[in-house]
Design a protein. Structure first.
Length: 225
């Protein structure tokens, strides 16, 4: 369990950071941590790559890559196209979202019948915020450099409340930025296959954390299924 007292007693050379990968329940986690007075004890990396330090420990918030990407598309579609709150935040994002309309169509368009990437669809996918900054964006470089013992815990969105209780010893009653009203059609088998291929580095990062014993088997199965 994360302990403020343990962290303080270790001296100023030790710091715990939260790698808050987007669309993994971070808004809810942050609200729970603030209510418990813990948030300010963590250095939080969100919409930016985490800094590596040899004496830093990391808590990671992650999620099933497919579900995360679906959520990211729907969330950005809501903010950029439906409400237009962030229509001009990223060049090309509005055009990509409106051209394909939903994540199923975009995912089906990623590769041709011979399995060759279609540059236009790949570029469109990479213009969408939180898809561009995927799990690999946050973790690949960090995990290449850090030791397994520097990963203090991994919280999975699929079991977020239980993980918050286990790691921080607090109860979470928040559900921030929930966007179930923006669900599109389910992924076809082609879209699912294409998207899993596109997100292969995300799966590799989660597999490394699992191999290090940071994600339990049931949570890992949910994350890669």
């Amino acid at each position: 369990m994360f302990s403020i007292e343990r962290k303080k007693s270790a001296g100023h050379h030790t710091q715990t950071s939260l790698v808050r990968i987007g669309k993994c329940g971070g808004g809810s986690l942050n609200a729970a941590l603030r209510e418990a007075g813990i948030a300010d004890e963590l250095r939080i990396f969100h919409v930016q790559q985490p800094v590596f330090r040899k004496n830093m420990r990391y808590i990671i918030l992650a999620r099933n890559p497919l579900e995360r990407t679906i959520s990211a598309f729907n969330w950005r579609y809501k903010l950029v196209v439906v409400t237009e709150e962030q229509r001009h935040s990223d060049p090309g994002e509005f055009e990509a979202l409106t051209q394909y309309g939903n994540i199923n169509v975009l995912s089906e368009s990623l590769y041709d019948d011979d399995g060759i990437p279609r540059p236009e669809a790949v570029k469109a996918m990479r213009t969408i915020g939180h898809i561009r900054m995927d799990i690999s964006f946050y973790l690949t470089n960090l995990l290449d450099r850090c030791r397994p013992d520097q990963i203090e815990a991994v919280l999975m969105q699929e079991t977020l409340n239980q993980d918050i209780a286990k790691v921080f010893g607090i109860n979470n009653e928040y559900q921030i930025h929930e966007n179930s009203d923006m669900r599109g059609p389910p992924l076809s088998s082609k879209a699912r296959k294409n998207l899993m291929r596109f997100l292969h580095r995300d799966y590799e990062a989660l597999a490394r954390l699992y191999a290090w014993g940071k994600i339990d088997t049931s949570a890992f199965i949910k994350a890669v299924s």
